[in-house]
Write a protein that binds this ligand. Structure first.
Ligand SMILES: Cc1cc2nc3c(=O)[nH]c(=O)nc-3n(C[C@H](O)[C@H](O)[C@H](O)COP(=O)(O)OP(=O)(O)OC[C@H]3O[C@@H](n4cnc5c(N)ncnc54)[C@H](O)[C@@H]3O)c2cc1C
Ligand code: SF4
Length: 483
């Protein structure tokens, strides 16, 4: 244990976000730098518990107390060794993970938890800037060929593990750039794309091959894929979005979040779907909704309102969600701070009943009604109907599973009861040699789970190809967050 009194002498501290009126004028990440002496104090708060619940909270099993101790002792190089031992991409999780590890931190029982995620990102950022992140080239090649379909965090983690195990790995991506939702879903102000590019450089140097603008199932058939590769990993995500089939849904100006965010991520200033001067309504109170808010504000929206059907969650842990579960709490993301009226622009317990036409086929307003809680099936409360202005609406209501198109049909994979691609303990589908990892098998989830699945599926593939494996297997496909 680094500092036996650290948790008594230092309070939890995080870097400041840049002032709202400054940061909404650019697309850069919102956080200021965090000086090393401050970070050392945060690492010193770790109690090095006998049973580190944070290990269990993190799906990757990150060795959190170990690297907290190493940071406290200024041994940053060893810290990145320990961090990379369990996590291929700490620069992604350190910026984007909701940190279930912190919800499980023992200190969190009666004080603020250790700032684990911040320590994580500072370790990897320093490692990159010191030049310690170098290609890990395999000592021996196996001659086996693996196709990875989809280049999100699951596909990338699997590809890196398998390339390092000596296999020839090709990652196929139908978009024009690698990264999955990291690239075209998550906006620059949450994670600048240069972090993806920097990691891809390492992966290319290790020998992973990337082919973009290839829609597998159409540009290359499932049959051709099977012929050309010894094993396949499906990591195409859960891209089938949930819709809102109410009156006026087909009006111009009503988009899915994943129709709105990708073009904005490609061209920040001149996206074809632009919020400039418009009244924007974001339907859905989650992270995707927050990403739409921050994007619309940077594009110069006249107003932004976020609607959520659920009641407002509590600010602190309710009795029904005790430590170490991952509670549903009221969050003030950076994008929420940027709303003109602060939290007043976040409207809870409402349901959209209609999109209103301006007479030309373009949406001009949204009609909504206040609803009772989920126990009543969100029963509308009579007399609460009202209209709010809406020139641009984004639907951010989650995803229902993978697209069941030519690729999955061509391969003949089976689905589980939720409509995700079914797999066994080794992440293999019902089709011999075809594996599945990430949101495509788990359903809509998080980056940390996708990386963990990619790592675990890689170990299944390695064993399938060679009869044995030394690759780690962090989670079972059936593992779920502690809620
Ligand atoms: C807007 C948004 C914001 C989010 N923010 C966060 C966050 O802050 N933190 C967090 O932890 N999680 C976040 N998530 C969830 C997280 O991004 C996902 O859980 C994660 O990216 C899933 O990884 P994946 O590798 O399984 O799939 P994805 O990242 O979805 O990648 C799948 C890739 O496969 C490609 N593909 C699909 N089919 C084919 C095909 N036939 N041929 C070739 N390529 C194909 C797709 O184009 C895509 O690029 C967010 C999700 C969204 C939508
Ligand atoms: S990956 Fe997420 S859960 Fe794991 S240590 Fe990092 S922030 Fe915590």
């Amino acid at each position: 244990m680094a500092d036996p009194k650290g948790f008594l002498t230092h309070d939890r501290e995080l870097p400041q976000r840049r002032p709202v009126d400054v940061r909404i004028r650019d697309w850069k990440e919102v956080y200021e730098d965090f000086p090393a002496p401050k970070l050392t104090k945060q690492a010193a708060r770790c109690m090095d518990c006998g049973i580190p619940f944070c290990h269990n909270g993190c799906p990757l099993g990150n060795l959190i107390p170990e690297w907290n101790d190493l940071v406290y002792r200024h041994d940053w190089q060893e810290a990145i060794e320990r961090l990379h031992a369990t996590n291929n991409f700490p620069e992604f999780t350190g910026r984007l993970c909701p940190a279930p590890c912190e919800a499980a931190c023992v200190l969190g029982i009666n004080a603020d938890p250790v700032a684990i995620k911040r320590v994580e990102v500072e370790i990897i950022d320093r490692a990159f800037s010191e030049g310690w992140v170098t290609p890990v080239v395999p000592a021996k090649k196996t001659g086996k060929r693996v196709a990875v379909v989809g280049s999100g965090p699951a596909g990338l983690a699997a590809a890196q593990q398998l390339t390092r195990a000596g296999h020839d790995v090709v990652v196929f991506e139908r978009a024009d750039a690698i990264g999955g939702l990291l690239r075209y879903g998550i906006p620059e102000f949450k994670m600048e794309k240069r972090h993806i590019d920097r990691r891809l450089e390492q992966m290319r140097a290790e020998g992973t091959e990337f082919r973009t603008s290839v829609n597998v199932g159409a540009d290359i058939t499932a049959e051709q894929l099977r012929e050309q590769f010894d094993a396949v990993i499906l990591s195409g995500g859960a891209t089938q979005w949930r819709d809102l089939p109410v009156a006026g849904r087909s009006l111009r100006g009503v988009y899915q979040a994943m129709e709105y965010l990708p073009p904005a991520n490609k061209d920040f200033e001149n996206s074809p779907i632009n919020a400039r001067g418009k009244h924007v309504v974001v339907i859905g109170g989650g992270d995707t909704g927050a990403d739409c808010i921050g994007t619309a504000i940077r594009q110069g929206a006249a107003s932004v309102t976020q609607l959520e059907i659920m009641p407002q969650p509590p600010a602190s842990r309710p009795g029904a969600q005790p430590w170490p579960t991952f509670p549903t709490l009221f969050k003030m993301e950076s994008a929420h701070e940027e709303l003109a009226d602060g939290e007043g622009d976040r409207v809870y317990a409402v349901s959209t009943t209609e999109f209103v036409d301006d007479g030309t086929g373009q949406v001009r307003a949204l009609r909504l009604v206040q609803v009772e809680g989920p126990q009543s099936g969100f029963k509308p409360i009579p007399g609460t109907e009202r209209e709010i202005p809406a020139d641009l609406v984004t639907l951010s209501m989650g995803f229902v599973g993978p697209e069941k198109g030519a690729l999955l049909e061509g391969l003949g994979v089976e689905y589980d009861a939720r409509g995700n691609v079914a797999r066994d303990k080794t992440y293999m589908t019902n089709v011999d040699g075809v594996f599945v990892a990430g949101d495509m098998g788990r359903g809509q989830s998080l980056i940390v789970w996708a990386i963990a699945e990619g790592r675990a599926a890689a170990s299944g593939v390695d064993r399938f190809l060679t009869g044995e494996t030394a690759l780690p297997y962090p989670i079972l496909p059936t593992a779920r967050p502690l809620v």
